[in-house]
Write a protein that binds this ligand. Structure first.
Ligand SMILES: Nc1ncnc2c1ncn2[C@@H]1O[C@H](COP(=O)(O)OP(=O)(O)OP(=O)(O)O)[C@@H](O)[C@H]1O
Ligand SMILES: [Mg+2]
Length: 284
């Protein structure tokens, strides 16, 4: 039987919210509407808007609300503009300033048309050398029927991009290196263990609704307190970066072994995906 893949982010979010253990790591997420937009912007200075069925970071937008008080002394262009236009909308390499929620909503719907989009509490990503980064956790079904987190990789956004996706110009980095200026080695080790658990809890919860699931890739944003927020759960995660970027061969060997056992990779040409999907390399 084919490995289960689920494209609707809304469907997957609803499943995760049913688990008390996992729901604590899900940023507030709603179906996009003008009401949702204005409500979320009351409590959050950053929100993300994304297609329910998007991939590779395509169609993702973000809005940040300018904080008047924080800018009293600033004479930057952004600051001056923001006195009159407090909402900044960004997508691809476009930036637009809006005066009101009405104006912002009409700019957003010019992009979303009639498609279902989600709006999510934004997490201000940590930075590495001036670029935002988040993490991808790979969790797989083992041949023994348990779930095991088999790899974690960092994803660094291209300069001035609001998404970290590899398919949107992002690059890949190691957890230890990306976190070096934000945490001690002991803190990083503790966080890593937590992320391993989080991947496994998430897989167990998803499996209740989707019993033919074999692998997931969690997109995790760390905030300034190193709290891990689950931005989304991919059901066709990319495997190639774990082969390409890790010196430690053992990491990829285990990933490959499990992927062969559940039929994602074929034993001979192991990098060739055998799933019946057009996005063969998977998302990163
Ligand atoms: N709430 C958020 N806060 C901060 N950054 C976010 C948020 N949601 C998305 N992003 C950024 O946008 C990127 C793309 O968003 P997301 O992973 O939800 O969709 P996608 O990558 O298009 O889907 P897929 O991973 O299935 O290809 C994330 O990897 C992250 O860098
Ligand atoms: Mg993603």
């Amino acid at each position: 039987m084919a490995i289960q893949r689920i494209s609707s982010k809304w469907a997957k979010t609803k499943v995760l919210l049913r688990s008390q253990q996992v729901s604590a790591f899900i940023p507030l997420t709603l179906k996009y509407s003008q009401d949702a937009l204005s409500n979320l912007l009351v409590d959050h200075t950053l929100v993300y808007i994304k297609p329910d069925k998007g991939t590779y970071g395509n169609g993702v937008m973000c809005v940040d609300r300018f904080d008047q008080e924080a800018a009293v002394d600033s004479s930057s262009r952004r600051s001056k503009l923001s006195q009159t236009s407090p909402y900044r909308l960004r997508y691809q390499t476009v930036t637009e300033y809006c005066r009101t929620i009405d104006e912002l909503h009409s700019r957003i719907t010019a992009q979303t048309k009639n498609n279902l989009y989600l709006i999510q509490q934004g997490i201000v990503l940590l930075q590495y050398h001036g670029r935002s980064f988040d993490l991808r956790i790979l969790t797989q079904k083992t041949p023994y029927g348990t779930w095991e987190t088999t790899g974690i990789i960092g994803r660094v956004a291209a300069k001035n991009k609001i998404v970290t996706n590899y398919h949107n110009g992002g690059t890949v980095g190691k957890l230890n290196e990306l976190l070096a200026e934000h945490a001690t080695p002991a803190e990083i080790a503790r966080l890593e263990r937590k992320l391993y658990d989080l991947g496994e809890w998430t897989a167990q919860q998803m499996q209740k609704e989707y019993p033919r699931l074999k692998e997931i890739g969690l997109d995790i944003a760390l905030d300034e307190n190193l709290y891990p927020w689950i931005l989304e759960v991919n059901t066709l995660p990319a495997i190639f970066p774990f082969k390409k970027f890790f010196k430690d061969k053992n990491v990829y060997q285990r990933i490959e072994k499990y992927a062969i056992a559940y039929g994602r990779l074929s034993p001979k040409k192991n990098i060739k995906a055998t799933g019946n999907t057009s996005k063969k390399s998977g998302s990163l």
